[in-house]
Design a protein around this ligand. Sequence first.
Ligand SMILES: *Cc1c(COP(=O)(O)O)cnc(C)c1O
Length: 368
Amino acid sequence: MAYIKHGYPKLIVDLGKLRHNIDYVKDLCAKEGVEIAGVIKGCTGLVPCAREYEKAGVKFIASSRLEQLAALKEEGFQTPLLMVRIPMLSEAEDIVKYCDYSLNSELVVLEELNRQAGLQGKIHNVILMADCGDLREGWWDKDEMADVALAVENELANLHLTGVGFNVGCYGSIVATPEKINELITIAENIESKIGRKLEVVSGGATSSFMRVLDGNLPERVDMLRIGEAILLAYDLPVLYGYDLSEMHQDIFTLQAEVIEVKDKPSHPVGERGFDAFGHQIEYVDRGIRRRALVALGKVDYGDPDDLLPRMEGIEILGASSDHTILDIQDLVDAGGDLKVGDIIEFDLKYSTMVYLTNSDNIEKVYI
Ligand SMILES: *Cc1c(COP(=O)(O)O)cnc(C)c1O
């Protein structure tokens, strides 16, 4: 019989705080005439989280992973679903089956989507992606992009050309300046003149473009942003770019882990040194004897320990192996505190640790 695990590590998800963040971003965008696609891939599309987006009435729910969107369709979600990673040719059938919209950058995939939509008796909505310098997905050659737009419009009868979009700030670290966004609008207008009608959607980017809403300088033609991080964590814009998001919650997710050992130990490893558990050679700083605590979770659960943020003052993450995380708690001890075996300590998450932890079956999820 399968062992049923109880307790820790545990991820607490505050759905009320999530809902607040969704409403906050949605309302700010609405004032600029912008609809949002709530991007749920950052929390692995957890259905209770996705339901908050549906209740908030976002225009689209989006993910990069088809299985997350398929689960929502099967749950009976009514909000149109948008696939934001360029579809695999091999998943065209299911894209049409489960998603109402997809972002695209390859004619051969569009042709297959068209064929599958025909077989399923559906019209599938597509947004064509331009690459304006971030160098991930999208057409670099904008003439070719316009030709494909014309082909979708006139030849692929089971597709509807909903609009164009772009993405910046993901690979090339390019900032969504008003000038950059205007490049996309120029592309949209060029395509509109070719097909002889207005496009319904100009999808102007992700969280990095939300900065333009906060600054009040989002070019007017943009009517959709695809927002993930700014809602789920609200971390990057204040911490990396200095925006005031104090009215948003940065602690929707709380990781709880249990202390399994507390001891005073040297801070420098003792003996001949080779490689760590992951084949790396690491430099260790000798700070003498310090108190450390081990907690029962590791890289398997969250990836990089540097992307965990202990909530309690005086705790520093020293490192981790697959199933152990090592904390220096000497500063806590010096300040009059301490930890003991069995204590539960809490962490805030960054984007990568949020993705891993929500994706892990080893982590119990509790919704409050
Ligand atoms: C992940 C993703 C988003 C959302 O990005 P955030 O930075 O989390 O807002 C938007 N668009 C595309 C194409 C994506 O892949």
